[in-house]
Design a protein around this ligand. Structure first.
Ligand code: ADP
Ligand code: MG
Length: 548
């Protein structure tokens, strides 16, 4: 069909732009097929969408690139990156992701070893006329060249193997954490700081490589890297202290990202965090819909029932309380907290403030009184950055001090400074049932899903502010969140069961079907989100109703 497509395009030269529509359908190029799935109606509309399927024998992937599953996922990701590189300067676009390796719609390897790549292309026009010559160059030259570039016989096998080895090691490391009683691991030699606040690339030159303190050093045997050593952060309560600018937040950010795998050379390849880790922060102004925040907040001046708390405009402390309650409801068992983004009055209350403002006038139970029962009774660990107050010495199991970007175990010294502290009672937050009808992806009769940068997910007729979701790391995940919300609502997963169980069902679908399970006819780019971010977006949906 290559010749047929060439001919077809040549006939279209100078025709009105709408004639591109006639290209829709499958084109068999012999060694691969091109499916033109959606054709834009004019040059200014969102790019057209195409898929390329390269059969197993042509792709030529060896068994070790496909098994176990982590390697297959890694290889698919690597091929997308190779495709992206080969398309430099082309109008064809493939969504290749950033420093994390996250399953995405752009590239997939099926059970037969066939590679499916999904791309966008701005079909070229001169005004409203078809520029067929350019289109021919893209579809008939650059596309086949891209296919060549991702064949195993053409790519550099060493690099591809290293990519899969890296991901397989990270997955193995993460899988080992629970058995070792750890919530996170940071390898010796890891490079945590990034190039800048707006670049996720590793800091070059000046970065101080990570080196664990001896007393907290753990060794883990990995399939490819062999024995690696590093800081093991145990279950329980771990405090990260240190002077300003000594690298505390940088370490916590690395832990936030440790739920994902990283590409070789990132510096965080061997930083792994338990999958149930959720970053908690204050988020003034967010909406809260019938969330039980009574463990943290009681006796509000408004007289509101905090076991069933709703507001269109949460304060710093109530938003953080809701974020914790909702994360726990969604299944989080490791909380990551940084003083830089918390509400101070929800974190600590010192003795002088207790003297001045007595218990019955203060509606908040500070987190410091809850963090121990959270762990002891409910198995929820916390890793907390706190450089500004010693109150948490009383409750910490481990205290790590960062000094000049180097961690030291200062647990013993902190214990000497600790005081007795009475725990508050912590009851697990109520399990809510969401009204599926309130999760409506349609706008003017059609499903609508859009994102604006990393800030906003447009879901049907509503905008969801996702800026506070630190572990939403890939633009594609924002669309993925919207698709997951749609699946929850449209397939009845939310019906008559608590949200947490609906999320279990979602997880099972994604484990079985991968990214395509989310597709639902959506032809654009998306990446897999985690259940915690799906729940968080749902909780921020302004139309959300909770049934009980
Ligand atoms: P803190 O939270 O303790 O105030 P940050 O984590 O924000 O400190 O780090 C302060 C600065 O130090 C940032 O610019 C960060 O990029 C840099 N930094 C952090 N860790 C390292 C490191 N290991 N090597 C070099 N620079 C680092
Ligand atoms: Mg900081």
């Amino acid at each position: 069909d290559l010749a047929r497509l060439t001919e077809e395009l040549r006939r279209m030269e100078g025709a009105s732009y709408g004639r591109y529509k006639s290209l829709a359908g499958d084109w068999d190029f012999g060694h691969f097929t091109l499916a033109i799935e959606r054709v834009q109606s004019d040059p200014f509309a969102p790019p057209s969408r195409i898929a390329v399927r390269i059969p197993g024998p042509v792709a030529g992937l060896p068994v070790h690139a496909l098994h176990p599953a982590a390697r297959r996922r890694a290889t698919a990701d690597h091929l997308v990156r190779l495709a992206h590189r080969s398309l430099k300067g082309a109008r064809l676009r493939i969504d290749a992701g950033g420093q994390e390796v996250i399953e995405r719609s752009a590239g997939r390897i099926d059970d037969s070893g066939a590679v499916v790549l999904r791309l966008g292309i701005e079909l070229p026009g001169r005004g409203r006329r078809i520029d067929a010559r350019t289109a021919e160059r893209e579809l008939c030259d650059r596309l086949p060249a891209m296919v060549e570039a991702v064949r195993w016989s053409e790519l550099d096998p060493g690099t591809a193997e290293a990519f899969a080895d890296t991901v397989e090691d990270t997955v193995a490391l993460r899988d080992r954490l629970a058995g070792l009683g750890l919530v996170a691991f940071v390898a010796d030699g890891a490079v945590l700081p990034r190039r800048s606040g707006v670049s996720d690339l590793p800091m070059d030159g000046a970065a101080v490589a990570f080196r664990a303190p001896d007393s907290l050093r753990v060794a883990v045997d990995l399939p490819h890297a062999g024995r690696v050593t590093g800081l093991g952060i145990p279950e329980g309560i771990t405090l990260i202290v240190g002077g300003g600018f000594h690298g505390k937040s940088t370490l916590l950010h690395a832990l936030e990202r440790g739920v994902y795998d990283h590409i070789p050379g990132d510096g965080r390849e061997l930083v792994a965090t338990r999958p149930d880790s959720v970053k908690i922060r204050a988020e003034e102004g967010r909406r809260v819909q019938r969330t039980d925040v009574s463990a943290f907040v009681r006796n509000l001046p408004t007289g509101a029932d905090t076991a069933d708390f709703s507001t269109e405009n949460a304060s710093g402390s109530t938003s953080q309380a809701a974020n914790i309650a909702e994360a726990l409801e969604a299944g989080a068992r490791t909380l990551l907290v940084d003083e830089d983004t918390t509400a101070t009055n929800l974190m600590i209350r010192d003795s002088r403030m207790q003297e001045l403002v007595h218990g019955d006038r203060e509606p908040l139970t500070p987190f410091v009184d809850l963090v121990r029962p959270l762990h002891r009774r409910h198995g929820v660990s916390t890793v907390l950055v706190m450089g500004g107050s010693g109150d948490y010495f009383d409750v910490a199991d481990h205290v790590v001090m960062l000094d000049g970007y180097r961690p030291y175990d200062v647990t013993a010294r902190a214990r000497e400074l600790a005081a007795e502290r009475r725990d508050a009672a912590f009851a697990p937050p109520a399990q809510r049932i969401v009204d599926p009808a309130s999760v409506d992806p349609t706008a003017r009769g059609r499903a609508r899903l859009k994102r604006r940068d990393m800030d906003v997910l447009t879901f049907g007729e509503t905008d969801i502010d996702v800026r506070a979701l630190a572990q939403l790391v890939d633009p594609g995940q924002i669309i993925g969140v919207g698709l997951a919300m749609r699946l929850l609502a449209e397939d009845g997963l939310l019906d008559d069961r608590p949200l947490s169980e609906a999320l279990d069902l979602l997880d099972r679908r994604l484990a079985d079907g991968g990214a395509p399970a989310l597709g639902r006819g959506y032809t654009g780019d998306y990446a897999l989100p985690r259940r915690y971010e799906v729940a968080a977006a749902l909780n921020r949906l302004r139309t959300l109703r909770v049934l009980g």
